[in-house]
Ligand binder design. Structure first.
Ligand code: F6R
Length: 608
């Protein structure tokens, strides 16, 4: 959600800022801007509404050989996307880029009576506030930033430069990520390490409440209370190939197709198919602690929440005496929920930065409950704040719609459930089939992805004209249907909603008419016959039914059927979800929409 970059060094700052912003564009893409300073401090500020490409057009007429600068790509919170509301924001000699939300910006603004505000943003207030403490360079920049931040309520990742000090940059974070890249005669800044790749692999991840003063060869970190912090330089694990399209038209398709490999990474070293056991070291729970668990709370947003729901169906099947509760982070953080003793909370997040999920983690920790992260982004805030965790290791997800993370989140959580069940002495006759299928899943996914895309594309073209869709499933196919509907609506803007199939006649059946099509996920096995009866009910009302099934015997006269073969039974919904992902992709392509950057959205929701 919004991207920040910064550069100070021997090379051309504009070049890094633009290339860095392009890498971060998936985080926010309604306006962008950069400012660079020459050696005398003279600033060149460029801002544009819309994509980075618009900013590049302006840059073509304003090339500079400056060596310091900051940049930002925006996802609007306060004020519409416009050039005036785009960052960097200026106040006197100060320029600021900001991610996050300043919650008390109205109160602060009311105090800054001398300043003439130009934008509607909360971020400009921050620039004005810093400038009020800076007093035209009377005080060091870092002091002014610290004074200002002490008055701020909310979240921020910021980078600040001053025309009066073109040899330094000040950065700080609270609730919004900020990474400092340590290079040779250059120091780089970004809100996401992917912007640093190709420049350096050495990174310092700033913690909440820390402020850093950066020079081309120096990084000095302190807390807001002026206590020195010794910087820990870490290796960035991602490589350049992982953040490029690699021959695909869109990241979304690339990431769907990567799932055989990404799931293998999730399983690596954790599954012993022969013995029928799993081993997760990360959660850091002893056998005795695992045996004591009576309750799991799974916390997430959007796709991560759906992954939790689906995993809960599996976990409660084989983990005795354990209740599983799956909650939406933005709701849970404000509820007065009692978490029973002997609980563990699973905190699920691809980015590891989602504000609501992070807030839940902190609330839950306050209650003394053990937290375990199911996170993808290495070194992210959630990954660092949980008591233990299992990285899903799917590599960077660039497309805004989450795909490969979902599959691996489900399996990582099921493996955590299996770990508990193993400790509780559940027989391998019960657990073995789960482990066996988990081990076989990457190959099964590969087979589906080898075969179905063409067929799904054909069907997607046929249904791309519909503005409404109903996704239906029972048991494990229900949360899978929820995820399928989310995927379709977020990228293709089709009004898609999921219902538990058994709920249909309690209301939603009234919707069935020619404006809608019904996407049914129909795994063989649990509740198959009941779901088939439900399909009959829809057909009897003239529904336009598409069925995705692995059941050989399915022969109802529905409009379209996508058949999946193979041996996978327990986790068949995960294979059906591949079809949903591809379906959403191809509908979006057929409609000519922006696949990777759907309107109004951004990857990594770091604001509430
Ligand atoms: C949907 C999607 C979102 C995210 C949600 C949580 O495709 O991407 O619903 O799943 O914003 O994000 P993370 O997992 O980063 O916490």
């Amino acid at each position: 959600m919004c991207g920040i970059v910064g550069y100070i060094g021997d090379k051309n700052a504009q070049n890094f800022l633009i290339s860095g912003l392009k890498r971060l564009e998936y985080r926010g893409y309604d306006s962008a801007g950069i400012v660079t300073l020459d050696d005398s401090g003279k600033a060149t500020l460029l801002r544009a509404k819309g994509k980075i490409a618009n900013l590049e057009e302006k840059l073509a007429k304003a090339k500079r050989e400056d060596h310091i600068g900051i940049g930002h790509t925006r996802w609007a919170t306060h004020g519409e996307p416009s050039e005036t509301n785009a960052h960097p924001h200026q106040a006197g000699p100060i320029y600021v880029v900001h991610n996050g939300i300043i919650e008390n910006y109205k109160e602060l603004k009311a105090e800054l009576t001398d300043f003439e505000f130009k934008s509607e943003t909360d971020s400009e207030v921050l620039a004005a506030l810093i400038n009020s403490f800076y007093q035209d360079g009377k005080y060091p920049l870092a002091n002014a930033v610290v004074q200002a931040l002490k008055l701020v309520k909310g979240t921020y990742g910021i980078a600040v430069v001053s025309e009066l000090a073109p040899e330094e940059m000040v950065v700080a974070r609270s609730g919004s990520p900020l990474v400092i890249g340590v290079g040779h005669d250059e120091t780089l800044v970004a809100s996401d390490a992917s912007a640093l790749l190709g420049h350096t692999k050495r990174a310092i991840y700033l913690n909440d409440g820390e402020v850093a003063v950066i020079g081309k060869n120096s990084v000095e970190i302190k807390t807001l209370n002026a206590e020195p912090v010794s910087a820990k330089v870490e290796e960035i694990e991602t490589n350049l190939a992982a953040i490029q399209k690699g021959g695909y038209d869109h990241f979304l398709l690339k990431e769907i197709m990567e799932q055989p490999e990404s799931l293998k990474e999730t399983l690596r070293g954790r599954v012993n198919a022969e013995e029928g056991t799993v081993h997760l070291g990360g959660p850091g729970l002893s056998e005795a602690e695992l045996r004591k668990i009576r309750h799991l709370v799974i916390v997430g947003c959007g796709t991560a929440y759906h992954a939790g729901l689906l995993a809960s169906y599996y976990i409660e099947r084989f983990t005795p005496e354990v209740t599983v509760e799956v909650v939406i982070a933005s709701e849970y953080r404000y509820r007065s929920a009692y978490i029973p003793e002997d609980s563990v909370a699973l905190i699920v997040s691809q980015s590891g930065e989602t504000a609501d999920t992070l807030a839940c983690l902190r609330e839950i920790k306050k209650q003394g409950v053990r937290t375990v992260g199911i996170v993808n982004a290495i070194g992210s805030t959630i990954a660092r704040e949980v008591d233990g965790g299992t990285y899903v290791h799917v590599g960077p997800e660039i497309s805004v719609a989450s795909t490969k993370a979902f599959t691996s989140q489900v399996i990582a959580m099921v493996m955590f459930g299996l770990t508990i069940a193993q400790a509780k002495g559940v027989k391998s006759a019960v657990l073995g089939p789960y482990v066996k299928e988990i081990a076989a899943l990457p190959e099964a996914i590969r087979m589906v992805l080898d075969v179905v895309p063409k067929e799904v594309q054909k069907i997607a073209k046929k249904y791309a004209k519909y503005e409404h869709a109903i996704y239906l499933g029972r048991d494990t196919a229900y949360p899978t249907a929820m995820e399928g509907a989310l995927k379709l609506k977020e990228v293709s803007y089709v009004d898609a909603n999921a219902y538990a199939f058994g709920e249909l006649k309690h209301g939603p059946l009234a919707l069935v008419d020619d404006r809608f099509f019904e996407m049914v996920l129909l795994p063989a096995g649990v509740l198959y016959d009941k779901a088939v009866s439900n399909i009959q009910e829809v057909l009897a009302r003239g529904g336009h039914v598409v069925v995705v099934t692995n059941a050989d015997g399915f022969d109802l006269p529905v409009e379209s059927v996508i058949r999946l073969g193979g041996e996978i039974e327990i986790f068949a919904p995960l294979l059906m979800n591949l079809v949903s992902q591809l379906f959403a992709y191809y509908v979006t392509v057929a409609k000519g929409l922006n696949v990777d950057q759907p309107r109004n959205l951004a990857k990594s929701v770091t604001v509430e």
